[in-house]
Design a protein around this ligand. Structure first.
Ligand SMILES: [Zn+2]
Ligand SMILES: [Zn+2]
Length: 286
């Protein structure tokens, strides 16, 4: 699978000269499977640009979304996603256990007055919230879709949500954003359980919004520290770690320093994890 990052920022889009290199758009990933299927993870502000690119690509019509949760930084791009307005596209939405009904509700609710001028009913794409086409069942456990296996992982986050482990031809990618390793939220797992679920992954992209100093004020808000993300990657023995959900106040230069600190922590622990700061516009192959 090939992954393109369209938004890596947390909480709110943060354009400006200080975030040009890592990017200011909120969560959106595009995945292309070996068989050419297109999977979109989350609908943050980065989705707007992905929509423009997909619209220009001839022959593309079927898109499958995996939505982690309903916080606005993961949904706010959807009303600006041009394929949703076009008959040519079929959009299938998947999430974690029992998430299908709620995904429909929260996508349509953000397009109601007085919050947005265009109603969901105006959209012309074909929508499927059942997630049952091509033999794919709603995600109560791992599900398979044309050679791609997807396993939802409960997030440790206020109001809950799901991360995902994607596996194709023996290569695995775990996406855990909005996951707080230093605090226990309802429905969340322990760091040891997350380590088990990430064990040996080729690529882990994990929430790393805060420094330890910042975390003294933000504990319980649903996000992890750089150090906790690194410690998870070391415990799980993943090959690569992408630091994600960058704080909106984190400048490019500051993020460079944090990435360097993380690499130092890995070296000190004798680990072999290849650590990087997730960067909008880049492509990764697990
Ligand atoms: Zn978020
Ligand atoms: Zn969130």
């Amino acid at each position: 699978m090939q992954i393109k990052l369209w938004g890596c920022r947390g909480s709110i889009a943060s354009p400006g000269p200080a975030t040009l290199r890592y990017g200011g758009n909120t969560t959106c990933l595009e995945m292309r499977t070996k068989k050419g299927r297109i999977v979109i993870v989350d609908a943050g502000s980065g989705l707007r640009f992905l929509g423009k690119a997909l619209r220009r690509e001839p022959g593309v019509s079927e898109l499958r979304f995996f939505i982690t949760h309903a916080h606005l930084d993961h949904l706010s791009g959807f009303p600006f996603f041009e394929p949703a307005y076009l008959e040519r596209f079929s959009l299938t939405f998947c999430g974690g256990v029992h998430a299908q009904d709620s995904i429909k509700r929260y996508l349509s609710r953000q397009m109601t007055a007085p919050f947005f001028p265009v109603e969901f009913s105006v959209l012309k794409a074909k929508f499927d919230f059942a997630c049952q086409r091509d033999g794919m069942r709603p995600c109560s456990g791992p599900c398979r879709w044309d050679g791609l296996e997807v396993a939802p992982i409960a997030l440790n986050h206020p109001n809950g949500g799901y991360g995902f482990k994607f596996t194709e031809r023996g290569r695995s990618f775990v996406f855990l954003t909005d996951n707080e390793l230093g605090f226990r939220h309802e429905g969340g797992l322990t760091p040891a359980q997350y380590a088990d679920l990430c064990r040996g992954a080729d690529l882990l992209i994990h929430d790393a919004q805060y420094t330890d100093a910042e975390y003294r004020l933000t504990r319980g808000w649903g996000h992890s520290t750089f150090n906790d993300a690194v410690d998870l990657a070391l415990a799980a023995g993943v090959k690569r770690l992408g630091l994600f959900h960058h704080d909106p106040d984190r400048t490019d230069d500051d993020l460079d320093r944090q990435v360097e600190n993380c690499r130092r922590r890995i070296r000190k622990a004798g680990g072999a994890v290849d650590c990087f700061g997730a960067t909008e516009g880049t492509t990764l192959e697990p």
